[in-house]
Design a protein around this ligand. Structure first.
Ligand SMILES: [Zn+2]
Length: 122
């Protein structure tokens, strides 16, 4: 019978589909892209449903109360203030945790999403 090898905790995280060491290194190198003059309180997922057109959309934020119904616009019909709102606290840690599955970079861009030609780097 083959001897079972104890799994490395980092490897377990990789198997959950989080980050490979190479991907984690890229994020470390580009951290300025993830912390751009914002006071991070944690990681928050705001979910909205537009009462006008019915669009469901999610918005990720580092601030717990930055995105509210009265300052969020439906990206489809541009209606403001007529939304249903839910919030999920993914992390209440003000420090980014590179190996956590609850950081925004694990969700955005979405898996297999195509980089679009209208993107800008400035
Ligand atoms: Zn709408």
């Amino acid at each position: 019978m083959a001897k079972r090898k104890k799994k490395n905790p980092e490897r377990v995280e990789m198997e959950k589909g989080i980050l490979s060491p190479e991907e984690a290194e890229k994020v470390k190198i580009n951290q300025k892209l993830y912390f751009n003059h914002v006071n991070r309180e944690g990681v928050f997922l705001h979910s909205f449903i537009c009462n006008n057109c019915g669009l469901h959309f999610n918005l990720y934020s580092w601030q717990e109360n930055r995105h509210r119904v009265d300052n969020t616009t439906c990206p489809e019909c541009k209606t403001m203030g007529r939304l249903r709102h839910w919030r999920l606290v993914l992390s209440d840690n003000p420090e980014m945790q590179i190996n956590s599955g609850r950081e925004i970079f694990n969700y955005c861009p979405a898996e297999n999403a195509q980089f679009m030609s209208d993107s800008r780097e400035d």
